[in-house]
Design a protein around this ligand. Structure first.
Ligand code: ATP
Ligand code: MG
Length: 326
């Protein structure tokens, strides 16, 4: 087996915050406490909108994945959700921006308008689904792994958010191996290998694994067993969240199944579907919602973009590890 060298780059979300807005640009400095990861996730009162953040990122024109796989798996006895795409993938700098707040440089490409605007969706969505997420990504030239983990930050008693990112041609490791579900470099490399789907010749893409999934009344908030090709919100969780939160209007309009079945939700997610979504091995059949309606009213939503805050990560440490290739 080939030996490769691994150098660790640790990034910290705390050190400098630059404040960007459409009208002016200035910078301030400050720290982000790890508790912010949870607070930020509470913007998702419904778990499917959190999943949509991850789907949107693969759909957007900077990534343009052709396929997006959603699966449930067990790693070390823990229920995990996995999200894998065969889009453009990320290098270290892109992953650094992904795990930071407020970076967004998405552009419209050939009429494909990006869904992402704020530079926040991955953080809010992933941390709504579970306490911990690991991101594996490959682009044409490099492979990297990043850990956004509330458990890790608690265990190291972090006062601010720190995100270890590993680059495989020359990168990091210790904390990722110690605090993620993967204890060896071989295991990490196997997850990177999983980005190459058998049905795809494209070897770039991103794989996100989320664990410590959220519970509702001592049970997982997702039902993985009543339909082996779907991920559902159990009736009692659904009912109690309906009472707790006013559901968004568009969800009510598209029919109740979309409220509790991820497969039904994904089938109507895009007005212009450009990407196949595969849930637990079975392709989602897209429904053009506009064709199923008797009367169509078009409303244009223009978000007012507040001052976008970008948080830089600065701390870096370098280690070298000889490892076996997977
Ligand atoms: N699956 C992916 N593949 C490649 N790059 C990704 C992927 N997911 C996220 N990114 C990168 O990470 C950045 C941050 O994603 P995030 O969802 O947090 O914000 P956004 O999509 O820019 O805006 P919004 O908050 O409106 O979703 C994206 O701008 C994109 O560059
Ligand atoms: Mg996004």
């Amino acid at each position: 087996m080939d030996k490769i060298k691994i150098k660790t780059l640790y990034s910290s979300l705390n050190v400098s915050i630059s404040l960007l807005s459409l009208h002016h640009s200035s910078s301030v400095h400050g720290l982000i406490h790890p508790n912010y990861l949870h607070s930020n996730s509470t913007s998702h009162t419904w778990s499917f909108s959190a999943i949509a953040e991850l789907i949107d990122n693969a759909y957007d024109p900077d990534v343009t994945a052709k396929q997006f796989w959603i699966d449930k798996t067990m790693i070390k006895g823990q229920d995990c959700l996995t999200f894998t795409d065969n889009g453009a993938g990320m290098d270290y700098d892109k992953m650094y921006k992904m795990l930071s707040f407020g970076f967004n440089d998405k552009q419209t490409v050939n009429g494909h308008v990006p869904v992402g605007i704020y530079g926040n969706g991955f953080k809010s969505g992933s941390m709504r689904l579970g306490k911990d997420a690991i991101v594996f990504s490959k682009n044409e030239d490099s492979m990297c792994v990043g850990l956004l983990s509330q458990t890790y930050l608690e265990q190291i008693k972090a006062e601010h958010i720190i995100v270890p990112i590993t680059m495989f041609h020359a990168a990091s490791l210790q904390d990722i191996l110690r605090y993620s579900l993967f204890q060896t470099v071989d295991q990490l490399l196997c997850e990177l290998k999983a980005i190459n789907s058998p049905s795809s010749t494209n070897s770039t893409g991103t794989r996100i694994i989320i664990w410590n999934l959220r519970n509702s009344s001592e049970q997982l908030e997702f039902d993985f067993s009543s339909d082996r090709y779907d991920i559902r919100i159990p009736a009692d969780v659904y009912e109690s969240s309906k009472k707790q939160y006013k559901k968004p209007e568009h969800v009510m309009q598209s029919g109740p199944e979309t409220d509790y079945s991820l497969r039904a939700y994904c089938s109507v997610l895009y007005l212009k579907p450009r990407m196949h979504i595969i849930i637990r091995g079975q392709k989602v059949k897209t429904e053009l919602i506009s064709k199923s309606l008797a009367y169509i009213f078009k409303d244009k939503y223009r978000p007012k973009i507040p001052n976008i805050v970008s948080f830089y990560q600065i701390v870096k440490r370098v280690n070298e590890y000889p490892v076996n290739n997977c």
